[in-house]
Design a protein around this ligand. Structure first.
Ligand code: NI
Length: 234
């Protein structure tokens, strides 16, 4: 009798200890996430050069690039219960490059530029036995710059140096991407998500003038990319 009671209480304890069925990813799942993605450049740039020579004070300086937030989308396919292949897409980001570390040119907005940073990643999702699933990812990024334009303030400043017709171009960039994030599964289909990535984006900005002169700077944009989104699994 005593033994039977013991078994009954043990069974009851086991039943109570059983967690609610956790929502986690399974091989074959597709996940779409949509939300706000901020690209916050952690840039550094080489000093501005004119025809290969570093611009002397008071004209010298380096470039900094401001933040922008756009609609970010990811599409992920779960190859196994843990490993997914994820593509990051977004609406185009707009940034302004501004002269810094300078005297005469300090604060001059040189150019506006747009870019798209599609990134393909392998993502490892950790199963903690509940609805909270952190993940780590590593991937490859291709950043394409377009609609690069010198600002009218920059055009006016360059004109005082006899440089007219400035046409700015930024090289596209291939680089590595690393991310950490988590999904919280609300139910079988819906989830909330947050992630941060670091992407290695290196480019060279060149402004070509009518007289053949060029102002150039190597820019490491290397942004942190923050995303808050809602996801749907199917
Ligand atoms: Ni870099």
């Amino acid at each position: 009798m005593k033994k039977a009671l013991h078994i009954v209480s043990l069974a009851a304890a086991c039943t109570m200890a059983l967690p609610a069925l956790a929502q986690t990813y399974q091989a074959g799942d597709w996940v779409v996430r949509a939300g706000a993605t901020q690209v916050a450049p952690a840039e550094s740039s080489s000093p501005l050069t004119l025809d290969g020579t570093v611009l002397p004070d008071p004209l010298g300086g380096t470039l900094k690039v401001d933040d922008d937030t756009q609609l970010g989308l990811t599409l992920e396919y779960m190859v196994t219960d843990s490993w997914g292949i994820e593509l990051l897409a977004a609406t185009p980001f707009s940034h302004t490059a501004t002269v810094t570390d300078a005297m005469a040119l300090q604060g001059l907005d040189v150019a506006d530029v747009k870019h798209l940073p599609p990134t393909l990643s392998a993502v490892y999702h950790i199963d903690l036995g509940n609805n909270f699933q952190p993940y780590l990812g590593v991937g490859i990024n291709y950043t394409v710059f377009f609609e690069e334009d010198t600002t009218s303030a920059a055009d006016a400043t360059f004109a005082t140096l006899g440089l007219v017709g400035g046409d700015v171009e930024m090289d596209n960039s291939w680089g590595a991407s690393f991310q950490v994030g988590f999904d919280y599964h609300l139910n079988q289909n819906w989830l909330i998500n947050a992630s941060v990535r670091w992407i290695d984006i290196d480019s060279t900005a060149t402004i070509k003038f009518d007289n053949g002169s060029e102002i150039e700077s190597d820019v490491e944009i290397d942004p942190y990319v923050y995303t808050l989104s809602v996801g749907y699994k199917f």
